[in-house]
Structures are given as C-alpha cells and as structure tokens.
Design a binder for this molecule. Structure first.
Ligand code: TXA
Ligand code: MG
Length: 324
C-alpha cells in the first residue's frame, strides 16, 4: 500500500495502475471508492477479494463524461439524460439495462448496471486519465463502516496498491441509488438526492419513495439489513436514562454537546443542519470505534430529506433501535 497525492503527476501514477489492472482507492464527494478498471474482469475480481464482499452484491461504475454512458448501457432515454443533466456530477446512481460488454462480475449477473458520475475533481481526473470507466464500491471491508477519509481506508484495507490522500469527503454518505424506466423511478438506496429532488426535475414520472415497501423481493441485492457496522454495539435512542452508569459515546444530532451521562459526545451539527450531520455521520462512528468507550448511542433524527438516508445508515449499523 502506498499513499498518493492529489496533484496531476500522482493521479497519472494512479491512472497507470488502473490501466494495469491494479486497485486504487480514491475520494469522491460521498465516500472513498475502491476502484478498478470496470472492463477488466480480473481486476474487478480483486475488489471483491480485498473487500471480502459476497459476489451477489454488484458494483457501481464511475464515469467522468456523459459520452461513456453508451459503452455501459443501451438505455440512454430522455429521462436518463434529464437526470444526468440535473444531478451529474453528483451523488445519484442510475441502475440501467447493461451492454453485453459489461462483465457479470460487475453486475453480479444482473442485466442492469449501476452508473454514476462523482462530483469530485480528483475522481473525475483519475477516471479521465485512466481512459476507462472505474468500478468501485465503498472502500471498506464488507459490512463495516464506510470511509469518509483516506485514513479510514487504510484502517480496513491492506491489499490495495494505492490510496489517494484526498482528506475528508463532503457529502459523507453513499449516493442515492435509483432504478429508472420511462414510467417509474424507484429509490433503492436513499442518499443526498431525495425523491422530492427527483420529482422536481421530472414531475411526470412516478417516483417511488424508499420508505414505500417494494413488491416482495429485495430491490437491490446490496440492501441487506445489517451493514455499515462499527466494531462496537450501536444503539439508537434518546433516552439516556437507559444507559446510566455505563461508559459510552453519544452521537448527538445538534446542540453544544454539554450533557452528563455519556463519557464523550460527538455533535453531528451544532446548528442541527441535516446535510452537515450526514457529512459527519461516519466520522463520528469511526471516532467512537477508536475511543475508549464500550458502546455507542446515537440520537434518532427526523426521517425527512437527507434524514431518511441518515436514519437508513444508522438503523443498518445499529445493534438495536430502542424506540420510546
Ligand atoms: O457513493 C457511492 O455510491 C459510493 C462511491 C464510492 O461512489 N459507492 C458505493 O458503492 O456506495 P457500494 O458498492 O458500497 O454500494 C453500491 C450499491 C449496493 O447497495 C448495490 O447493491 C447497488 O449499489 N447496486 C449496484 N448495482 C446494482 C444493480 N444493477 N441493481 C440494483 N442495485 C445495484
Ligand atoms: Mg458500501
């Protein structure tokens, strides 16, 4: 493992590594990705090995230019183009019918492929210099915390050739994943781009909210109930009386963090801003994974806007959700 800077010479080294079938972890606006050439099946296989990820969980393919779409999908419809125009580069992943050239290992044998253009200069430069599309899941071991800083990546992954030192990510939670057809857009994983954001852009197409149940089958193979877990028990609760006398870290949504009870408090956003809270969520969980506390308690927040995505990640990371 070697660190690389974000200057153009370093990115050229990273791009050569991608071309040579190696793994490079790179920053995006959401979380760090563990990238390989999307069209090199052997390189993509190494992503699954390094992450210890089951092969049924497909990857997102990252592009830097809209012209790359046609190599990946045969479905470049007006709706797709309007979504791309409105949200790319940005934290929206589109699940679309795949081209035959896209290997089964990328899509876990599905006939669809997930595609996004990240809103991060380093990621866009790396993809362009590589001359290919880059398949990349989040750069963590399967089921563990997502990395929002390059130090989080090296904490978990030892076999990756290069990690680009991009510092902290800005959005802080993974992209919204949506399946798209002409009649219906379905939110498979909530993120910073919400159903309401999409409805504003395409009012005539039905947008099925993440919170609505989907007809009886798992819409996205990666949507397991347990995910994103810290190495300590995490409870979601705002009734701190339950934990009296225990040594725990508390993730507060807002405020000044002045409270008795918890051994340490991490405030996600002093002013209670949802986007800022999302930015800091995984940082808080990584922090308490390292701190001397026996477990973590997180305050539940309202499931509105990006709050839907924050609570989705917390519930999947949690050992228990203690509702009043
Ligand atoms: O923000 C992000 O999306 C980050 C950065 C690195 O871009 N990536 C990321 O990848 O979160 P990953 O692998 O951790 O999550 C990808 C999600 C999984 O839940 C997977 O099941 C879903 O996308 N997915 C991928 N391909 C799919 C497909 N063809 N159909 C349905 N869901 C798919
Ligand atoms: Mg992930």
């Amino acid at each position: 493992m070697a660190y690389l800077g974000t200057d153009i010479e370093s990115l050229k080294v990273a791009a050569e590594a991608i071309k040579a079938g190696k793994l490079v972890s790179f920053p995006t606006e959401t979380v760090y990705g563990l990238g390989a050439d999307a069209f090199n099946a052997g390189a993509v296989a190494r992503i699954f090995q390094e992450k210890e990820r089951p092969s049924f969980d497909p990857l997102i393919v990252h592009i830097s230019h809209i012209d790359q779409l046609s190599r990946l999908t045969r479905s470049i419809t007006p709706v797709v183009l309007r979504l791309a125009e409105a949200f790319w580069p940005g934290p929206l992943t589109l699940v679309l019918p795949k081209q035959p050239e896209v290997h089964d290992i990328v899509t876990s044998g599905l006939d669809t492929v997930a595609i996004r253009m990240p809103n991060h200069l380093v990621a866009l430069q790396l993809i362009t210099l590589s001359g290919t599309a880059i398949a990349a899941p989040s750069a963590n071991k399967f089921g563990q915390l997502s990395p929002t800083h390059h130090k989080h990546v090296t904490k978990q992954l030892k076999g990756v050739e290069y990690v680009i030192e991009g510092g902290s990510t800005t959005v802080g939670i993974e992209s919204s994943v949506v399946s798209v057809d002409e009649m219906k857009i379905q939110i498979l994983r909530p993120g910073a781009v919400t159903a309401a954001d999409i409805k504003k852009v395409i009012p005539e197409v039905e947008v099925v909210d993440f919170t609505k149940p989907v007809d009886n089958h798992l819409p996205s193979p990666g949507l397991l109930n347990s995910h994103y877990s810290p190495k300590k028990p995490l409870y979601i609760s705002n009734n701190l009386d339950l934990f009296a006398g225990k040594k725990y870290g508390y993730i507060a949504f807002s405020g000044d963090g002045e409270m008795s009870g918890p051994a340490k408090v991490f405030v996600l956003s002093a002013k209670g801003d949802f986007a800022e809270a999302a930015t800091n969520l995984f940082r808080a969980l990584h922090y308490f994974e390292e701190e001397e506390v026996d477990f973590i308690v997180a305050e539940p927040i309202a499931e509105q806007g990006i709050g839907v995505a924050i609570m989705d990640r917390l519930k999947k990371a949690a050992f228990q959700y203690l509702k009043d």
